[in-house]
Structure formats: C-alpha cells, structure tokens
Design a protein around this ligand. Sequence first.
Ligand SMILES: [Mg+2]
Length: 393
Amino acid sequence: MRNLWVHITGPDRPGILGHFLEGVAQLDLEITDLEQVSVGDRLILAVGVRAPSEIGIAHSGLTELGNELGLAVELRDEVRETRGQDTVDLVVTVLGEPLQAKSLAQVGHTLGRFDANIRRVETLARRRLHCVEMLASANPKTRRELSRALLAVAADHEVDISVQEEGLGRRAKRMVVMDVDSTLIQSEVIDELAAYAGVGDYVAGITARAMNGELDFQGALRERVALLKGLPESALAEVAKKLDYTQGARSLIKVLKGMDYKTAILSGGFTYFTDRFQAELGLDYAYANTLEVADGALTGRTTGPIVDGQRKKELVREIAAREGIRLDQVIVIGDGANDLPMMGIAGLGIAFNAKPRVREMAPHNINRKGLDSILFLLGIREEEIERMEAAGG
Ligand SMILES: [Mg+2]
C-alpha cells in the first residue's frame, strides 16, 4: 500500500465533494485526510488516500472522475511533513489600514529567515481594516527571537503583528477584563474633572506621566484627587454626559457577550462613572475608586482600597476564581502602566493604543482606532462581527 495525495482544482460549485468522495469509495480507496478551500470561484480539494502499490486503476479512475466534473486531478506520493515534535504552531495576526504587499512580504521573509513554515493564510478582514492570519510551524528555540523580529517589522511598517501559540488555550477564552480611561472610553475622567475644577492642564500632566509608569500610581492619584476638593457633586453628572465610548467598544462587548464571555472593567478612575458604564453595557463586574462626598462636594479623598496596578491584578485573579475560569482563558485590555501587571497574568494581554513605555513591555499591542479590532486576535472574522452587530439585543 502507499499513501497518496489527490489534488483536485477547478471551478467550484455545490455537490463536488459528495461526487468526488463517492468515486473514491467506489474505487475502494481508504481516506486518510481531507482538506478543502474555496477561494473566489475556485476550489482546491486535497484528499489523502491509501491505495494499492499498483495505482494504475485508481489513477485512471480518479482522472476520469475529474474529467466528468470538469476538474483537474493530480496524484502525488505523500511526503511526510517535516514538522514534528520539535515545532510549535504559531498564529501570526497582521493588522493594517491598509495592509500593503510590502508589509506582508516582510512578514513572510521574517518567518522564512527563522525557518518557520507557513501552513495556512486567511484574510479575516478586508473592509474597515485589513487583517491577515497566518499559521506557521516554528522552532520553539527561536520563537522569542522570531516574535521580536516580527515586532520590529510591525514598527517599521506601522502595522500590528501579534504572535500567539495555536492550541486549545487560544480558542477557549471565557472572560474579558478592560481598563476604562483611554481604553473603554476615549478620555481620562480625572482630567475632565480637573478641567472643571480649573486645574486641568496641571492634572493632565500628572496623569500622562502616571500612565506612562513614571510616577507611583497611588501617590499620583491622591495628589490629583486632592486638587478636586470642593468640586460640587453635580460636576460628576456634567462630566459623565461628555464621556464617549471608544470606537468599536460596544461592538467588542456585544460580540464577546454573544459568545458567553464574562465581562469586567477595572479602573483606576471612579465608581461614579464605572457604575454607569457597567449598567449601560450590561457588564458583569466593575471596580474603581470611590470619591468621598460630603455636603454635596468632593472632599479631595477617596474611600476604600485604591485600585492601582497590583489591585487590578488581584481583582483579575479573584473574579476568575469566582467564575471558575483559568487565567489563561482571560483577555486583558489596557493602555496604562497600571494595566501591565494584570496583562502579565492573562492568557492574552493586549496594550491598546498604549503609552510608549507600556507598548514596550506589553505581551501584545494593538494600535488601531477600533477596540473591536481585538476580536481578530481571536480569529473572529469581519463578517461574523458585522452579523453580531446587526443582530438585535
Ligand atoms: Mg487607561
């Protein structure tokens, strides 16, 4: 007996697979493998078969079958794939607006330089932005260097490239945890409040440095909240009216909720706002700092434990444990230095339009306008997102 690949190509139409496999059955061939893709109006079908050593009858039978169906048929001896236990399957997701051939060429060259064999390429998005997903077998020993080289390509070509290990862990995500300011929403709430209190520029300067990891978070928060002392409570409602969700935020949440994900927001901002986002978006969990109010005005202090980077990390562990979800099933999205600790323990930690220092240290980076572009890292296709968006509820 010998193992063969039967490659069938030609114009696609319904019913081909059934017809062809029926022919294979009539020739008494045992099927060992089956792969098919349709691209545009063309079909590429590959059937692995075990055939008698003398394949004359099988060969003429299959060729005749192809002629009847108007398809080209080619038989080849199966070559054992070189990938074995010493390779790791990597999913390389490339996002760009647009994605140019020269960028993809550079990704291909880089994979080739590290002897990583590309086994599948799929386009996940081609309208609002471009996303191509590649599955490649790589040497685990050079995996880190390969990832670094791909990040350099991403920086040179102003595209996003994420490298994940393929496997059950990648597909079994069950919870998403998001930062709020500059992640779920477009602005930094404390800067908006400070503008109201007439100390906007000063506070915004501190916020920017704190989020870039240049200042101790707790100290920076206390200093800024103290400057809000005396601000009437009504200012909170005024500021809340001005806040806008990040583009794609609602869509991201809708799709993930549709996939039964648990959802959480963890914010170094304030509960007054996060409680509203939680209710409006139907999120499972929301944690933030509580502004102390006395006689209708802010006291310049917070009550309860401060939600800083460490606290965010603890909360991710707590919520995951309560829900019976493993940490490798958690996606964390944030933009600030105080989001890095929780990104570090998650299965998929993503820095979203992050501060420079955060970008360097984050496991994954997305620098696109839409928060829903994160869905492509999960292998979700643009059409699926649009279908979910269009569905009611
Ligand atoms: Mg933030």
